[in-house]
Design a protein around this ligand. Structure first.
Ligand SMILES: Nc1ncnc2c1ncn2[C@@H]1O[C@H](COP(=O)(O)OP(=O)(O)OP(=O)(O)O)[C@@H](O)[C@H]1O
Length: 342
């Protein structure tokens, strides 16, 4: 494979589930390229086709049309043994962890190595190293029932890494976890990507997950790729209706004006509008908390006068989103303020 060949190429990929009396098209003409070493997100609403897409990448689902190329090789041309060998280069983790309940953590991690014929002692040694990598050295002999959700996912990640994969496919890997555990698992995935250079594909319905770790993202809607690009570009300037719906869940309005991140922002009500709960709507729609540093507003004869100064989040993407949202409101004036002193 040349340096420029993407690790995964989906070309005109289609998948239709056929039952006796109906057919469901889960994927329709998907073209996507995922580069070696990147963390690539695939996001979409429920039923958009995300899980089917990731399962087509390792041929757990056979596409009904199109091709999946892995490291330049068309997977449909591979025989059983060769396909299995290629699949070993694709680790996968799931929302429900899928651990073997009657095996310990170390036993679960050894399992894929046993299937590949790795000698027992060697497999155990590697499993212990992987447990250390995922921060669970002290849980080698614990059974899944004795582990928390986050610990189970760490074991699942170690198991997925056991065969030295080139890519880790993560299907809603944090959807069953609380926000703090989610962040720690995402940090671990980022660390694995950076330390081991493993390509990571993240399937999720949560924008926050994409923002946290992905460099590029594809938005899947109604079995199609609605939009693909850099996370920052898409999240600050969504083009497709599907992207707008994800970035501005309540709005879906075009946002065409972007500004640099500044710490504070002044919202001025100059009597041109009736009073509206701008900050509350902004928090609900942008789903970002902000600090209100100062507020002096008056409702005079049903018209709003005064100003509110808010502190923008540290995350530049979140700050941009809030500013874009505020600027889309015609009834107020928005000004960025540096070094606001209360
Ligand atoms: N084995 C199957 N047989 C029939 N239809 C299926 C099968 N698997 C998925 N589908 C259908 O394909 C479509 C896409 O499903 P898929 O699970 O890929 O979506 P998703 O985006 O992952 O959704 P979610 O986030 O809810 O898991 C849905 O309409 C679903 O009902």
């Amino acid at each position: 494979m040349s340096v420029t060949t993407p690790l995964i190429q989906l070309k005109g990929l289609g998948k239709t589930f056929q039952s006796k009396d109906s057919a469901v098209t889960a994927l329709d003409h998907i073209d996507l390229e995922i580069n070696s070493g990147e963390i690539f997100g695939i996001i979409g609403m429920s039923g958009a086709g995300k899980s089917t897409l990731v399962r087509c990448i390792n041929l757990l689902e056979r596409p009904t049309s199109g091709k999946v190329l892995f490291a330049g090789v068309d997977l449909s041309t591979l025989s059983g043994a060769a396909l299995n060998k290629t699949r070993q280069q694709m680790g996968m983790i799931f929302q429900q962890f899928n651990l073997l309940m009657q095996r310990t953590a170390v036993g679960n991690i050894c399992f894929p190595m046993e299937l590949c014929g790795v000698p027992k002692a060697q497999a155990r040694q590697r499993a212990l190293e992987l447990l250390e990598l995922v921060g669970l050295s002290d849980k080698a002999n614990a059974y899944p029932a004795q582990l928390s959700g986050g610990q189970k996912q760490r074991v699942a990640i170690a198991r997925a890494l056991a065969t030295n994969p080139k890519v880790l496919l993560c299907d809603e890997a944090t959807s069953a976890l609380d926000p703090t555990t989610t962040r720690s698992i995402l940090a671990l995935l980022k660390d694995i990507n950076q330390r081991l250079g493993i390509t990571i594909v993240v399937i999720t319905h949560e924008m926050a997950v994409i923002e946290e770790i992905c460099q590029r993202v594809a938005i899947i809607a109604d079995s199609h790729v609605a939009e693909v690009g850099n996370v920052e570009d898409i999240f600050t300037n969504p083009q497709s209706q599907a992207a707008k719906k994800l970035v501005y869940p309540e709005e879906g309005k075009p946002i065409d004006d972007f500004v640099d991140h500044k710490h504070c922002c002044r919202i001025v009500f100059d009597g041109n509008s009736s009073f509206e709960p701008v900050v509350a709507s902004m928090i609900l729609e942008c789903r970002e908390p902000v600090n209100i540093l100062f507020a002096d507003t008056k409702n005079i004869d049903g018209r709003a006068f005064g100003q509110i100064v808010i502190q923008l989040p540290d995350d530049p993407l979140a700050a941009k989103r809030i500013l874009s949202y505020l600027r889309s409101r015609e009834s107020i004036t928005v000004e960025e303020v540096d070094n606001y002193v209360v």
